[in-house]
Ligand binder design. Structure first.
Ligand SMILES: CC(C)(COP(=O)(O)OP(=O)(O)OC[C@H]1O[C@@H](n2cnc3c(N)ncnc32)[C@H](O)[C@@H]1OP(=O)(O)O)[C@@H](O)C(=O)NCCC(=O)NCCS
Length: 182
């Protein structure tokens, strides 16, 4: 019988201070540091919901809208937005707080797909979601559409490019910022 769990039971938030060793040459925080933090939070959220060991399958929609600086407090909020059979889409919201001024900036929102695996490393079923309000319902539908569009996008890219001749691929590169080999 399928088990169902509340979204609030696995919601996870962390706050981390951005220290100098996280920064690049221009004093801004490396995007990879933020990605790594997001991956950890997505893992915690997915592991809490599934009760299993989880792996990252795909990341969608990572865009850094504003630079993050040394001294900022980065908070990452996450929740399970959608579940399939063995995977979960974790919605993530990243905000930075400048402690001195109190200014909070929304830096990024994105989606991590995490899969649950059992002791022998096989994919395993995850519990369903108990949806308790309109926001959670909207996020669930967003996840459903995201899954459908991502898969269509992958298939389209593969099949469209594979069906093109070498000449057509060459023409597609035309007018772009590249010098083509002869
Ligand atoms: C991703 C992975 C689990 C897919 O396994 P598979 O047997 O090829 O996949 P299937 O086609 O049977 O699909 C299994 C699930 O993954 C989902 N999935 C597969 N590819 C996906 C993709 N590119 N994006 C999103 N979801 C994907 C499917 O929708 C399906 O979800 P569901 O069970 O909730 O319906 C497998 O390739 C894997 O274990 N990859 C390594 C993950 C890992 O180690 N990550 C850490 C990186 S170091």
């Amino acid at each position: 019988m399928t088990q169902f769990k509340k979204i609030s039971d696995s919601e996870t938030t962390i706050t981390e201070l951005m220290i100098p060793s996280y920064s690049n040459f221009s004093g801004k925080i490396h995007g990879g540091i933020l990605l790594s933090l997001m991956d950890k939070v997505a893992y915690v959220c997915a592991a809490k919901h599934s009760g299993e060991y989880c792996v990252t399958v795909a990341v969608e929609g990572v865009e850094f809208h504003n630079p993050v600086e040394v001294g900022d407090l980065v908070s990452i909020k996450s929740s399970v937005n959608y579940v399939g059979n063995t995977t979960m889409i974790i919605g993530m919201r990243v905000e930075t707080l400048k402690p001195k001024s109190g200014i909070v900036t929304h830096t990024n929102s994105c989606y991590f797909t995490m899969a649950a695996k059992n002791e022998t490393g096989e994919l395993t079923q995850v519990p369903g979601l108990i949806i308790e309000n309109e926001t959670q319902m909207r996020r669930f539908c967003e996840g459903k559409l995201l899954r459908r569009f991502s898969s269509e996008k992958r298939n389209m890219l593969k099949s469209d490019l594979n069906n093109l001749t070498q000449q057509e691929v060459r023409e597609l590169c035309g007018g772009e910022k590249c010098e083509l080999y002869r």
